[in-house]
Design a protein around this ligand. Structure first.
Ligand code: XMP
Length: 322
């Protein structure tokens, strides 16, 4: 049994031996895996590392600031942020099919990252290594391909192109998620980041059912922020796997507020409990908590006049709606 401090020391030495005095790059997503992987590499080789954070405009409230401000303050890492929201929104215009959305977001991400990596390489006089936050379960999953059909094409910052001309540094390859979190705490990363629930690479783009627009993103982002704040305040974060907040953007229903009729959109809450996301059950959250969430969303997000609860297990429902 290894302590986080021992893993840290051992990994730092191994990374140093591998990278030497070459330059290295890492794509940060805001998620715990890439954050911990990059922080480890930074411990080992300092400013030889540059991180790239692509803001695709599909992030949740506060996520960019968490990376740019809190993570950089905690680690001292060199960070390049790319503002690509308009580009992603443009590419997603008119698109409603879930798989097409996923493919477009994945494709645009790779293009934007490649361009940013080329700039970094130019400034640094060449970049030899790419850090990826691959975990042990990812290694096992991609090794054991037994011809299963693709249910959803996953996109995350690990999903970079195969022909990319970097050597990979994967310091988390032997670790499970809980070990990565312990390591993140050992590295002094922001607690909110270390404890963060899973959030899909395609972001809010696959939590808006229908076309993704700036206005719909703002609605979803506002509702999601309320849900996360109330869940944290109620102390239930550790009890659930995650709680996607989904906007049914093409559905409207009649409501009433004050003396007025409304014709707004529903927000779906999808709180789930799970061990590994392969299967999941809907979480039996306290009614009082659900009531507070519902009251706040309908009170504070004018476009939403109904909040509904998804009580489907996985299978048959997947965790995300798209
Ligand atoms: P589903 O919807 O397939 O989700 O039941 C299972 C878990 O995977 C997350 N998820 C993703 N994570 N890139 C990611 O990094 C993706 O494209 C993606 N799609 C789904 C989802 O949030 C859940 O935890």
């Amino acid at each position: 049994d290894w302590t986080p401090a021992e893993i840290l020391t051992e990994q730092v030495e191994a990374i140093r031996a591998k990278i030497g005095d070459e330059k290295v790059i890492c794509a940060l997503s805001g998620g715990v895996d890439s954050a911990v992987a990059a922080a480890l590499v930074h411990r080992a080789v300092g400013d030889q590392l540059t991180c790239v954070f692509v803001d695709h405009g599909l992030l949740r409230q506060g996520e960019r600031a968490q990376v740019e401000r809190d993570y950089v303050a905690a680690t001292g890492i060199n960070l390049v942020t790319v503002d690509a929201a308009d580009r992603f929104l443009g590419a997603l215009a008119g698109v409603t099919d879930p798989e097409t959305k996923r493919k477009i977001i994945g494709r645009e991400f790779i293009r934007v990252f490649e361009a940013a990596a080329a700039d970094v390489a130019k400034d640094a006089g060449g970049v030899k290594f790419l850090v990826q936050g691959t975990l042990y379960p990812d290694v096992v999953e991609s090794g054991g391909g037994s011809g299963t059909a693709t249910i959803k094409s996953h996109h995350n910052v690990g999903g970079l192109p195969e022909d990319i001309t970097f050597s990979l540094v994967e310091p988390l390859r032997l670790l499970f998620k809980d070990e990565v979190r312990l390591l993140g705490a050992e590295l002094g990363l922001p607690a909110a980041m270390v404890a963060r629930h899973p959030f899909p690479g395609p972001g809010l783009g696959i939590r808006i059912i229908g076309e993704v627009t700036a206005e719909r993103l703002a609605i979803t982002r506002a509702a999601d922020a309320i849900v996360r704040a109330e869940m944290t305040a109620a102390g239930v974060d550790a009890q659930i796997w995650q709680c996607p907040v989904v906007l049914l953007a093409d559905v409207r229903s009649v409501g009433v507020q004050g003396d007025g009729r409304t014709y707004g959109h529903p927000i779906v809450l999808r709180p789930v409990s799970s061990e590994d996301a392969m299967t999941a059950d809907w979480s039996r959250l306290e009614y009082d908590l659900l009531a507070r969430i519902s009251g706040r969303i309908t009170g504070e997000v004018p476009e939403v006049n109904r909040v509904v609860l998804d009580i489907t297990s996985k299978p048959p429902g997947t965790i995300e709606w798209e």
